[in-house]
Design a protein around this ligand. Sequence first.
Ligand SMILES: [Ca+2]
Ligand SMILES: [Ca+2]
Ligand SMILES: [Ca+2]
Length: 444
Amino acid sequence: MKKLLFIPLALTIAGSCSLFQLESKNETTAYIDLGSKKASRSTELGTAQKAKKKMKKEYDIRLMDPAIKQKWGLALTDSKKAWERHKVLGSRDIVVAVIDTGIDVDHPDLKDNIWKNKRELKGKPGVDDDNNGFVDDFYGWNFVSNNNDLADNHGHGTHIAGIIGAVGGNGIGISGVAPRVSLMALKYYDPKAPGRNNLMNTVQALKYAIDQGVDVINYSGGGLEQSPAEKKLIEEAHRKGILVVAAAGNEKSNSDIHGYYPADYEYDNIISVTAFDQSENILPTSNYGSKTVDIAAPGNNIYSTLPGGSYGYMTGTSQATAFVSGVAVLLKSRFTDFNAQKIVKNILENGTFDSKLAGKTRFKKRLNTWAAIAGQDRGVARTGIVAENTSNMNTRLFTNDEKYHESLEFQDITQIKPSNGLLDLSKALNKQFLPQIAPIDNKL
Ligand SMILES: [Ca+2]
Ligand SMILES: [Ca+2]
Ligand SMILES: [Ca+2]
């Protein structure tokens, strides 16, 4: 006899009423079919709250995205500092598979950072041009409906995509932790689709991502049961040096006692991420564990992209997970030879120590983007001392001269020319964005 176990996953968004609730409810229900031993997988959905008004233009940082101040998480993780001091903005060569509820691939602040399957885009409609078993998989695949419709009818996946890699420097909205990246949309979950098997869809999405040779897999979901098929794929990702960043979960529980998967599989290419708020406290809803949870990242009232070209706030370990994926992209773009283990090591070792995290994460550390880059930046020690291979650069960039760094705060990096002896950053940026970058407001 079939037994159905219902696990409500509820998250409320802090703040008062929203102007615009997405159609999803406050609760989603996951099904564990014990009779057929199918385990559940549910996205840490939460609900999206759309922004109440248009963001006023505040051209206050180098990347010029007007609403970037809304992203407290970028400030608390020193992400902006990483971009500015280490000139690391990510790269479209780095692919992140976002296994989620789909992505609004036409969102103006995402579309240029969406992964593109060039062989399909240049190929014939109705034909599997790259012979990977999926017809017209232009930007990813929908494993719920088994087609290429990636529409996100919840908002979660679009929100996660924006945290990782909303397009920075295009003069609109926000920037992801990685202003440049390729986001592959793999839809495993649709709250509206009947008879779904989220775990089977997850496994298929993982396989697709691994077969495509992505750099990072972002999985902002999970379940209490292990899955041999999923574990096998994580092992394959491990062999191939692919990083898996996974949510610790929103069950308010100690993951050392109650494992949560895939976050808690014992492979060193997985980072398990819990969430902290603006006061750097772990959210009461977040899972924790001094043995199982690797690091904490921003996860409360996070402002990011939503379907239909909009923006809004969401809360949970899902959001925190996306922050870590963004840092992984920055590391991989700077240190292209890093495998997953090395990226994990850098992120975990260079987190910000906080005694409040005792019993919550393995090393009592929370994510610090700048430190993750700075700790390993070739030729540059944490102290800012110039080392080898930097002779042709302006050494002042690598000093501890705070005033000099402050003077860079409002400087558009695209204005920095190689003739200044600085890194040629304009080459690192995709040229199609350059004309769209707003002029520097020197009054700030
Ligand atoms: Ca194909
Ligand atoms: Ca085709
Ligand atoms: Ca933007």
